[in-house]
Design a protein around this ligand. Structure first.
Ligand code: C2O
Ligand code: CU
Length: 620
């Protein structure tokens, strides 16, 4: 719906611009009539859009562009008998119409800055004035006046472009200097704690020990080509960590030859901040030849994963990730368990599933209980199909679903960084699990009773976590009194980045590190609203906490509690989530399309009672 609104408003503006351009001096009445129709249609689209998706999505697009687009009509109504005036206004109209197309295509941010206001209000006035001066005094005295006026446009456009769209985002891992207190109390903690002291258990308590070496290695990737990957212990999907609830896990990481340094982040696992693996916040990146030891207590069961958090887009993309599964202590596990991760972008962009624990058995007895722990290491959401059986979604991001119901002809959409556990009972025919992009067919589970073909048909019903499972009583819901409420609005921005024009992704109009940190006090109950006005999905990942989804597009969730650490926010969607601030630290909150994170879409959640020694900055 949102994209439809966008598409049609761009098309209508283009239509208007084309009419102004091709019939600038001949069209007369017809021209006016045509353009007025386009203008009215454009207004109509805006009204429909604001009624269906919400005013917050279009307030700037509509509010700021409308005066500009309507201005030629108003100007034409004045002195409409004078020929020179008509010419002038029509030239101006060509500029305004094309400029509106440009502005809408690159989106006016939800938080327009001074330059955006200048672009929408000041610039048209300036252009009109220049055209006036030009057409009154110079136009008839020069030949080649079209070339000259064309050049003026280009120069103005260029100067303007470099001013308005100049922006920088930092790839570095420092952190923000401004703060957002979410409408709550502004505190001033006298003696904040150094985050590096907030560590996991002691070495003496360790029950499971791992040694990981990060190194480059040339191996054959699933599409058959040989590539140099960056891997932990030389394994693609990394060495699997599988422990039992209550274990104390220790992982010693050594960097053999990853030049920029490596860390390990335990994605979705709420470890103490010093174990979180974010360079320049909780540790320094582990340089070549050096080691670092992580320790945490595995008290939460479920499917998680780990990955390097230094230049994540590059490093995860090249293979520095693996699965982390914590099994329950008491409850028996499924008879057959598979771990499958969608490969990251540099390894196989076609959505291949990498097995994280051996291969699918050749034959499976009907009646066998199967659990597949799925994860997405890619930077885009993945559509996964499970054909040939009814199945249940047993967990989302490691959080068990209360009373899952049977699903059929439904596909799963796993956000970048997210996990979904599916369970099913093996039928007496084949079952197929595959990614929409993977034409090689994914995994086939054959039954011992018959060899059959599993269909590759693709259902178009998507799994809806917001209404799945059975509702249970919740301590946290919309009626909770929140100590702080934050809003995170996502927009596109065209800007210079690393010396090149780039599509950047902003949170509240800003690029990291200019986005104010979300400030909380320990114990706060926090609500965050995500509004996605941009053209892309943003899987929002908060470190160190689980978020409970309260509403989607303003409608309260109805099923089992939907706890998540990576929430995919689609264009035009709004979500409200809640979490308890019970894990002091400085936590990343970012888009897990790691390209977007690199291009500015990240920020921090900071507790008022901690500081990091690495940037030498406390909040005071
Ligand atoms: Cu899976 Cu901050 O990352
Ligand atoms: Cu994103």
């Amino acid at each position: 719906m949102y994209m439809m609104f966008f598409g049609s408003s761009v098309l209508l503006l283009v239509g208007m611009a084309v009419i102004w351009s091709i019939l600038p001096f001949r069209g007369g009445r017809l021209l006016m009539l045509g353009n007025i129709l386009f203008l009215l249609a454009w207004f109509a689209v805006a009204v429909v859009a604001s009624l269906s998706i919400g005013w917050e999505f279009i307030r700037q697009i509509f509010g700021m562009l409308a005066p500009m687009v309507a201005s030629p009509f108003i100007l034409l109504a004045i002195f409409r008998k004078r020929e020179w005036w008509n010419r002038l206004v029509k030239r101006y109209a060509i500029f305004v119409a094309w400029f509106a197309v440009f502005m809408i295509a690159f989106q006016i941010p939800a938080f327009p800055d001074g330059w955006t206001y200048f672009a929408c209000f000041g610039l048209p006035i300036l252009i009109f004035f220049l055209l006036y001066v030009w057409s009154r005094w110079f136009a008839d005295r020069f030949r080649m006046r079209w070339i000259v006026s064309g050049m003026i446009f280009v120069i103005v456009g260029f100067v303007f472009g470099s001013l308005v769209f100049n922006a920088t985002a930092m790839q570095a891992n420092g952190y923000e200097s401004s703060m957002d207190w979410g409408g709550g109390k502004i505190t001033n903690v006298k003696k904040p704690v150094d985050v590096t002291t907030l560590t996991g258990p002691d070495a003496a308590d360790v029950t499971k020990r791992y040694h990981f070496t990060a190194a480059k290695k040339g191996i054959e990737v699933p599409d058959g080509t040989k590539k140099e990957l960056w891997l932990f212990n030389g394994e693609l999907t990394g060495p699997a960590i599988r422990v039992t609830q209550g274990d104390v896990v220790e992982v010693t990481l050594t960097n053999k030859d990853i030049a920029d340094g490596v860390t390990i982040h335990w994605h979705g696992y709420d470890v103490p901040i010093a174990e979180d693996g974010v360079p320049d916040i909780s540790q320094k990146a582990v340089a070549v030849g050096e080691s670092y030891t992580y320790r945490f207590k595995a008290d939460t069961v479920g499917t998680f994963w780990y990955h390097s958090h230094n230049q994540s887009s590059e490093q995860v993309g090249h293979g520095l990730f693996g699965s982390l599964v914590v099994e329950p202590k008491t409850q028996a596990k499924e008879e057959l368990e598979m771990v499958g991760f969608v490969a990251p972008k540099y390894i196989d962009a076609t959505g291949v599933l990498l097995s994280g624990n051996g291969t699918v058995p050749k034959k499976i007895k009907p009646g066998t209980n199967v659990r597949i722990r799925l994860g997405n290491a890619h930077n885009k959401p993945q559509k996964l199909f499970l054909n040939g059986t009814v199945f249940q979604v047993a967990a989302i991001d490691g959080n068990a679903i209360h009373k899952p119901t049977d699903l059929k002809d439904t596909y799963l959409q796993i956000p970048a960084g997210g996990r979904i556990d599916v369970t099913f009972m093996m039928p007496n025919h084949a079952v197929r699990l595959f990614d929409a992009k993977d034409e090689r067919g994914g995994w086939v589970f054959q039954s011992t009773t018959a060899t059959t073909k599993a269909s590759m048909e693709v259902p178009d019903e998507v799994f809806k976590p917001e209404e799945y499972g059975e509702q249970q009583a919740s301590k946290l819901d919309l009626s909770t009194g929140f100590d702080r409420e934050f809003e995170m609005v996502f927009d596109n921005k065209l800007a210079f980045f690393d010396g090149m024009v780039h599509h950047l992704w902003t949170i509240n109009g800003e690029l990291y590190p200019n986005t104010p940190m979300l400030m909380v006090s320990e114990g706060d109950i926090v609500k965050t609203t995500f509004v996605n006005r941009s053209y892309s999905h943003h899987p929002m990942h908060l470190h160190g906490h689980k978020m409970l989804v309260l509403t989607r597009n303003g409608v309260a969730t109805t099923g089992s509690q939907w706890w998540t650490d990576t929430l995919n926010v689609k264009p035009g969607e709004t979500y409200e989530v809640a979490f308890k601030a019970d894990n002091p630290g400085i936590w990343m909150d970012h888009c897990h399309n790691l390209d977007h994170a690199t291009n500015g879409m990240m920020m921090h959640l900071q507790y008022d009672n901690v500081y990091t020694p690495f940037s030498g900055h406390t909040h005071e």
